[in-house]
Design a protein around this ligand. Structure first.
Ligand code: API
Length: 261
């Protein structure tokens, strides 16, 4: 089977993207997705997105982690898929698409996608960390000297440990870098490693920092290993709405790859 794909990256979180408006991609084929994401035997990526058709909206987003399993919402993936839909001329400036966690509005201009995320109505605050869902589950923990922090070992321990166990969570380590800005490093579930950025992760960090009064800003710059992202939101009496994740989404290359089962 020959597959045509597009490679995208959003602040270093990278994806294989497939135009699947003809629904020809074998959606249940975990082995195929894992092969396509393999950095040695395949194309290499943190995840894979299908751009599927929609009867009502501009398109439907299907997201897989690099382990081949379909997963919850991917913020950087969503930003890249919007850039891809723009490249396919599916929309001009603004779009609305359907994803696993519901509808998303987004705007795209000059390589920057501004993606609306789901509202957040619950932030669990503990002594050591926060837990919240921004379309994917996120554990958020303040650390010191984040540049030397062992994200993979500590992240994996939390991801597989109590109370998350097999279903797991994504794990975000964060340090304040002054004036309401934060540096974030993330261990991603389903990649089972640190990624250079995590969109739903920085969204969770921004809201958790506001919730824990680490900042009073509602538009927060976040430094990630792969660049800079911005999260904005409106606090309400029962959570957070108008949540947006903004940053670069870049087309890297187009290609074809052969796959023999
Ligand atoms: N690994 C996440 C999904 C992708 C999240 C991340 N790539 C993002 O940009 O939000 C999970 O299984 O919950």
């Amino acid at each position: 089977m020959e597959i045509t794909f597009y490679k995208y990256q959003g602040t270093g979180n990278d994806f294989v993207v497939i135009d699947n408006r003809d629904l020809s991609f074998p959606r249940e084929n975990t082995k195929l997705v894992n092969f396509l994401c393999d950095r040695r035997f395949g194309i290499g990526a943190d995840g894979l997105m299908l751009l599927n058709p929609s009867d009502t909206y501009d398109f439907t987003m299907v997201y897989y982690n690099s382990d081949g399993t379909e997963s919850s919402m991917c913020g950087n993936g969503g930003r890249c898929l919007v850039a891809f839909a723009h490249k396919l001329e599916i929309f001009k400036n603004e779009t609305t698409f359907d994803a696993v966690d519901g509808l998303h509005y987004a705007s795209y201009q000059d390589g920057i996608t501004n993606l609306q995320m789901i509202d957040v109505d619950t932030v669990e605050v503990y002594k050591t960390h926060c837990f919240l869902n921004t379309g994917s589950p996120h554990h958020v923990q303040l650390v010191e000297n984040i540049g030397n922090y062992n994200v993979k070992n500590n992240g994996s321990e939390i991801r597989y440990g109590a109370p998350y166990f097999k279903e797991g969570t994504n794990v975000n380590f964060v340090e304040s870098i002054g004036e309401g800005a934060f540096r974030v490093r993330t261990y991603e579930r389903g990649v089972e490693d640190e990624t250079l950025a995590c969109g739903t992760g920085v969204t969770a960090v921004a809201i958790a920092m506001f919730e824990q009064k680490q900042t009073t800003n509602t538009k927060i710059p976040l430094k990630v290993e792969g660049g800079e992202l911005e999260v904005s939101f409106t606090p309400t009496k029962n959570g957070y709405k108008d949540v947006f994740l903004k940053g670069p989404a870049t087309f890297v290359f187009k290609g074809t790859i052969n796959y023999n089962e």
